[in-house]
Design a protein around this ligand. Structure first.
Ligand code: GSH
Length: 258
């Protein structure tokens, strides 16, 4: 792989931890990655042409191969480790423990995303929050139990960092009832809280966490990178039309490049 040959389409919001970034750092491939900022809710950032789910993160290799689902992306990055480090433990119980904790943390993340969607003006229904909030509380308790036996740093821990920091970000922005306005996941979970303080001091985390993104992040840049990927796939990019509204419902998102 040549320098910066992998494009990482992701939301460059560094007040929560991104598994893809931490894994790329841990396995020594961060220098091969070109960051492509995508703000999924803002106009001009549709990546539907390369990911039908219109979700970030999405990874594009030099040959046009596109990977999505953060689980797929991090396992791929782990498989191309250049320093011998792997965040997926080898086959056996340690691996399944890590994958279970990764699933716990990732589904936790999806639930946070769903709760965040309650801010959308045309999607009311706090029953969704009431249904999901207990799941998050139970997941936090499970994380607190799991972390008691942590003597390493694996993909499940990285997922947990993302899940906890994303929850914190969402709580800061206020989540609908019954999520408390001042909810702190640390309360009643001292083991998880202690571990978190140590984990965020790791270089792979500390180099990005709470550091504002400093690169190019315009919609034009994003679409130029989409066009590069399409060309690498042998496809002809269509004209880019930036919609005039802030929010584009998935069903009306720009699919002109298809
Ligand atoms: N389970 C997915 C979750 C990805 C996800 O929900 N990403 C959010 C980032 S905040 C997103 O793309 N939201 C835009 C949308 O849901 O349309 C994964 O792990 O890749």
């Amino acid at each position: 792989m040549s320098s910066r040959s992998i494009k990482l389409f992701y939301s460059p919001v560094h007040d929560f931890i991104h598994k893809s970034v931490v894994v790329a750092e841990e396995v020594g491939v961060w220098s091969m990655i070109e960051e492509v900022p995508v703000y999924p809710r803002r106009h001009g950032y549709s990546i539907a042409a390369i990911n039908p789910l219109q979700k970030v993160p999405t990874l594009a290799l030099a040959d046009g191969t596109v990977l999505y689902g953060s689980q797929t992306i991090v396992e791929y990055l782990d498989s191309v480790s250049v320093n011998g480090i792997h965040v997926y433990p080898a086959a056996g119980l340690r691996r399944w423990s890590a994958l279970r904790r990764l699933a716990l943390a990732d589904i936790f993340f999806d639930v946070i995303v769903r709760i965040g969607q309650e801010r959308l003006p045309k999607e009311p229904g706090t029953h969704i929050v009431k249904w999901n909030w207990p799941k998050l509380l139970r997941a936090l308790d499970q994380m607190d139990i799991d972390i008691a036996t942590a003597d390493d740093f694996d993909i499940g821990h990285i997922g947990t960092l993302q899940a906890l920091t994303y929850l914190e970000r969402q709580v800061d922005m206020v989540l609908p009832s019954p999520v408390p306005k001042t909810f702190d996941w640390r309360e009643g979970r001292p083991r998880l809280a202690d571990w978190f303080e140590r984990a965020i001091a790791r270089p792979s985390v500390a180099s990005h966490y709470k550091k504002p993104f400093a690169g190019e992040d315009s919609p034009e840049y994003c679409q130029a990178k989409i066009a590069e990927v399409l060309r690498a796939q042998g496809r002809t990019p269509g004209p880019v039309t930036l919609p005039s509204v802030d929010f584009v419902a998935p069903e009306t998102a720009d699919i002109s490049a298809h």
